[in-house]
Design a protein around this ligand. Structure first.
Ligand SMILES: *Cc1c(COP(=O)(O)O)cnc(C)c1O
Length: 356
């Protein structure tokens, strides 16, 4: 049976990525060796990470002022790394608190200095994006989360400020066009739109680095990774190979602009049904709805078992909402075809006919 995987991350990737990764595990590039047993310094391995970095630059139109590095530790390691590289000794940073991941970013940054939370949507279980807030001009940077994976909200615009913009784009990077030149730093854990788990990408404005006065451990220092071209230490060759293949696939689809159109079509299909169907309610404020993660609940929880059976029969998996929201969450990352959303919508319609 065809499976429709709505997982929030690690998530669905294009089939070609799975096929090529599987083949590389047996024999990489007809070399007689598995990709799992080769040095990250071998020529064809170095080519992987060079190509992956170049593709990020190309697909996101990264200006010369910025560089792209891959690190490990996911987005969670970036939380303290951001502060170490951008928050001056005795300095202050501003944060927008729009969800669980923003909370974690704030918690880690607080270890290194004063953090001002300029606005929070915690009062309504993070179901909206605060809009009226002031960014203090003496902040070393302003940090926000572009897409709140758990709560299904997404920033549709970024504030214009002289303070460097730092953004956790883990769950919507490469899903639509972004003007990288407006950001001091963009970072993302790989496993939602970039590739398999095992790395994080950071797109860094170079002239902002080296100014905190801190004694930064090498691995946590963006300058070190830039200088070593992401090969400071042993990086996960198979994981970055997956990222590279996924980026090549995206390029073949026509890049970010082309995928953005499909992502919009998927989100419109999904939200129209959530709004039309009398048995469901969307949980996020309409104007802040995420194109990547649609969160919704059953109006009558007693029907849950029946709906879940219908989902299972249709091959729909990983639709359960995060425990902080409950209900359901349809994650519609780049590799999820429109067809999968149409199958889900069809199941919701049949469910309404039967139980509505
Ligand atoms: C998943 C996620 C994270 C955490 O990513 P890890 O790579 O698991 O550390 C952080 N921020 C956002 C927005 C996420 O969606």
């Amino acid at each position: 049976m065809k499976i429709h995987n709505f997982s929030a991350g690690p998530c669905i990737l294009p089939q070609v990525v799975f096929d090529k990764m599987a083949a590389a595990c047996i024999d990489f590039n007809n070399s007689g060796t598995s990709i799992l047993e080769i040095s990250h310094r071998r020529k064809d391995a170095v080519e992987i990470i060079d190509t992956a970095r170049a593709l990020v630059k190309e697909l996101m139109n990264v200006p010369e002022s910025h560089d792209v590095v891959f690190m490990q530790g996911g987005a969670s390691l970036q939380f303290p790394v951001v502060a170490l590289n951008f928050l001056k000794e005795g300095g202050k940073a501003a944060y927008l608190q729009t969800g669980k991941w923003a909370e974690n970013a704030i918690k880690e940054a607080k270890r290194f200095g004063e953090i001002e939370v300029v606005a929070s949507s915690k009062d309504k279980n993070y179901n909206y994006i605060p809009k009226d807030y002031q960014i203090p001009t003496d902040a070393d940077y302003f940090h926000c989360t572009s897409n709140n994976t758990i709560f299904g909200t997404q920033m549709k615009a970024f504030p214009s400020t002289e303070v460097p913009l730092v953004c956790d784009m883990s769950s919507d990077i490469l899903s639509k066009k972004v003007d990288v030149s407006k950001f001091g730093l963009i970072y993302a854990g790989a496993q939602k739109n970039m590739g398999p788990a095992g790395s994080a990408v950071a797109i860094v404005q170079k002239d902002l680095l080296g100014k905190t006065g801190r004694n930064i451990p090498d691995y946590l220092n963006y300058e070190v990774h830039i200088k070593k071209e992401s090969s400071f230490n042993t990086w996960p060759v198979i994981a970055i190979y997956g990222v590279m293949l996924n980026l090549q696939w995206l390029k073949e689809q026509g890049g970010v602009d082309a995928i953005a159109k499909i992502n919009t079509a998927k989100a419109e299909t999904m939200y129209s049904e959530i709004d039309r169907n009398a048995l469901f309610t969307g949980t996020a404020a309409v104007e802040d709805r995420s194109q990547m993660n649609a969160t919704f609940v059953l109006n009558n929880e007693e029907l849950k078992a029946d709906f879940d059976v219908m989902l299972k029969e249709a091959g729909i998996v990983s639709l359960a909402g995060h425990r902080d929201v409950g209900g359901y969450r349809a994650s519609m990352y780049n590799a999820l075809p429109l067809e999968s959303v149409q199958v889900l919508v069809e199941v919701m319609k049949q469910f309404e006919q039967k139980f509505g």
